[in-house]
Write a protein that binds this ligand. Structure first.
Ligand SMILES: Nc1nc2c(c(=O)[nH]1)N=C([C@H](O)[C@H](O)COP(=O)(O)OP(=O)(O)OP(=O)(O)O)CN2
Ligand SMILES: [Zn+2]
Length: 117
């Protein structure tokens, strides 16, 4: 049996894309959505893969506090959705057992995914 669990997050950040030929070259902002998916089996004792609240607290502390209501260019040269999701994966993967996939929406229409190869 395989099971997956997902938690969704919302955060707001400013950024500019310094190598982009268009309006995104200028400072602007997005209301991002992040979806974190873990794979595992429910623990027979408590019936959970992992406590949703525990995951929420961990993701906020590890990555989102640094992003939310901040300028992403303060800690990343070129904060495209692709670069941001890799940065998040590298921070979360060593600590979040069972991490299977991240999905990041920059706008409701534009999404990138990153998962275990
Ligand atoms: N592959 C990628 N393409 C683009 C990225 C990216 O990260 N990866 N990023 C951008 C810009 O950040 C841009 O701001 C994206 O939003 P935009 O096209 O401006 O759409 P909005 O909804 O924010 O604005 P509208 O007013 O609706 O146009 C571009 N491409
Ligand atoms: Zn943008």
């Amino acid at each position: 049996m395989a099971m997956e669990l997902s938690v969704d997050f919302h955060f707001s950040s400013a950024h500019r894309l310094p190598y982009y030929n268009g309006p995104c070259f200028r400072l602007h902002g997005h209301n991002y959505k992040l979806q974190v998916t873990l794979q595992g089996l429910p623990n027979p004792k408590d019936g959970m893969i992992r406590d949703f609240d525990e995951i929420r607290a961990h993701v906020w502390e590890s990555v989102l506090t640094q992003c939310d209501h901040h300028n992403l260019n303060d800690f990343m040269d070129n904060p495209t959705a692709e670069n941001l999701i890799v940065w998040m994966w590298e921070k979360l993967k060593p600590q979040l057992e069972g991490l299977k996939e991240l999905r990041l929406w920059e706008t409701p229409e534009y999404c990138v995914s990153y998962r275990e190869a």
